[in-house]
Structures are given as structure tokens and as C-alpha cells.
Design a protein. Sequence first.
Length: 233
Amino acid sequence: MPPAAYGAHSAAFPSGRGWLKVGCSLLLSLVCASSALAAPAASAKRLAKNPPAAASKAAAPVAPAPPAAPASLSSAVELDLERFMGLWYKVAKVDEPQEALRTRERYEFLQRYDGGVRVIATSYDPLSNRWDRRQDYMAPVDTKGAAFSSHYQLAMPVHFSISRFGPFGVSYYVVALDPSYQWAMVSGPGPQSFSILSRKSELEPELRSSLEQLANRMQLLKAPLRWPGPEQQ
């Protein structure tokens, strides 16, 4: 081999010390690569042994909020006879024995030219399997039973006299009234009779509870109040 070629060959291959440096560099690279590969596995093992608190323990379910207490109801202080007219459903009642079985009861109040009220009462009698319809006439009266000269704004409670039996009247009282005229509490004509009238045939449970509380607070109930089911409305 010519001297020039020998020199080039010697430059292409490192000497003994150079081989040592190359070997150390390769060894260091292998160690670093092994450490990098082992780190994720070690982390996974540590997570498996000591999971985070949020992952190891499921979040406790949130307790539902307690139901809202029924709103306290108040009664109107006056009855506007014109606003009281129209269709009402009997949604709750304490009846006399002879009336207890009647269902789907509703009343239509129509104002007369003389200030009195025409009442059209409709109900279903399950014993006879037929609908009953009757008409009454009632007029607001004062504590002495005399007719009012003005029939439009009446102080609560309002006493009506129902002329069901000729000249002899029976008493019918509107004892509590929604200021928006959506419900009313009435007593009579029987001594035990009490009922809640509503513009709707069904009431929400919260309103039913509030109405019953109001009736108890006013000491209007002489027996447990009965709420007919939807099929009886």
C-alpha cells in the first residue's frame, strides 16, 4: 500500500483511544434509552398501587333538594260577584251522607238581572248510573237574612240564601276565596257540608296541601276532607 493510501486508511479508522470513546458514547446512549422506556412503566405501576383520590373513590351522589314547603295561602277580603260567576269544579269535599257518593260535581253560576244568582249543578250518581242536573236560585244576604242593596262587592265571608224549597231558603257560605278567583271554599247547605271549588278539575299536589292547611287553620273542617280521584272528576 502506498504511503498516501495508508495515511488515508488510518484517518478513517480511529485509534485505540478513539474506539474507547465511541464505545462509552454508545453505552451511555443505551442506558439513557432504557431509562426512558422504563419510566412510563414505573409510573403506571405507581399509579396502580396508589391511585389518585378522585379515581380511587367515586364521587358521592348529590342528595336531592328537599321539596319546597307549600306556600301559605290567603283569602280575598271581598267577593266581586261578577268575577265569581262561571264554571267551578268541586275538587274536595266533606258531604252529608246522602250526597257522599256523587262524583264529577260542577257548578255554573249565572248572574241574574235582579242581582241574584242562577245555579246549575251537575253531578254523576254511580248508584243509578246517570247524570243529575238541577237548578237553584241564590242571593247574597246580610247577617239578618235581608237582601243586599248592592250585590257586587261583598265582604267576606259571603252568606247566600238558596231558594231550593220554595220560600224557605238554606244557607250557603263562601268562606275563603282566592284573590285571583281560581279556588273558593264554601260551606253548606248542610250543617256538615264543606267543599273546595276550583276553576280546574284537577289541582297540583302542592296547592292541594296548601288549601287543606288553610282549611284547618280556619277551623272549617268538621270531618276529614276527601279528594276524589281524576276518574271521579
